[in-house]
Design a protein. Structure first.
Length: 269
């Protein structure tokens, strides 16, 4: 039994060129799994392909809110097809972002809704990105919740306690990344303290958000999820081993296709 990094951009050029070494260090840090997260059509395919290189790896497929304006006419059809692959355990990352203005907000919403429709059709959970748009995100989630309890995770959560509690009401999990370890993140640690153990996940969001004591180093990598986990365990006043047990089971519960033994029948482009 080990840790699972539930959000790693291993298709990033800084990580994919050293993937074997990254996975060796991950295993040495007692990781048993890493979820390769996509941001567009190209990385969706790359993430699925990477899963053939290690039993540790699983993939998500989807369109990030900051990449929607770059999506080709057939990008969403490609995502739908790749979602059939047995090593794909999630959709996304998708969501809403008002920090960057590259993608029109209405287009972000359009793709976000498509992810939820596909989630309902496939039972795959959605990995949710939210940046500087808590009210808009809650409105969008409330609309989707009208169709039933949501399966997904608020990734690299940095919002308010009120937002976190609403997300829990919708059925979502809450995942924390390296920001939890930063000295200035006392309010975020207070939020984490209030999240039930059975709804917590841990992640790196690598190559970004390197945790302390590696904050000044790039790229971040899956092995460093243990630093965030130690802080989270301290916040929850529980042994690290107990946090591992809970976050591991939560990961397998949410990403229920993780241990699928179904053979890969989807032909990759």
């Amino acid at each position: 039994m080990g840790w699972i990094d539930t959000h790693a951009h291993l298709a990033d050029t800084h990580l994919v060129v050293q993937l074997e070494e990254v996975l060796v260090r991950a295993r040495s840090a007692n990781l048993e799994g890493v979820l390769c997260v996509a941001v567009d059509e190209e990385t969706s395919l790359q993430c699925v392909e990477l899963t053939s290189r290690s039993e540790m790896l699983r993939a998500s497929v989807g369109i990030h809110p900051n990449y929607g304006q770059l999506a080709s006419a057939h990008a969403w059809q490609a995502v739908e097809k790749l979602a059939e692959h047995p090593r794909v355990v999630a959709l996304g990352e998708s969501g809403l972002d008002k920090y960057w203005d590259d993608c029109p907000f209405e287009l972000q919403l359009e793709f976000f809704r498509k992810h939820w429709a596909l989630s309902r059709a496939t039972d795959l959970p959605v990995i949710i990105h939210m940046r500087e748009c808590e009210a808009e995100m809650l409105d969008a989630l409330q609309q989707e919740f009208a169709n039933g309890t949501l399966r997904g995770v608020m990734h690299s959560f940095a919002g308010s306690l009120d937002t976190a509690l609403r997300c829990l009401e919708f059925g979502l999990y809450i995942s924390f990344a390296g920001m939890l370890t930063y000295k200035k993140s006392s309010e975020l640690r207070e939020v984490a303290k209030q999240i039930p153990l059975e709804r917590l996940l841990v992640e790196t969001d690598c190559p970004y958000l390197s945790p302390e004591p590696h904050r000044s180093k790039r790229p971040n990598e899956p092995a460093w999820v243990v630093h965030t986990a130690r802080v989270l365990a301290d916040v929850k006043s529980i042994p690290v081993s107990e946090l591992m047990k809970h976050t591991r089971q939560n990961t397998l519960d949410l990403f229920s296709r993780w241990n699928s033994t179904e053979p890969a029948s989807v032909r990759l482009p």
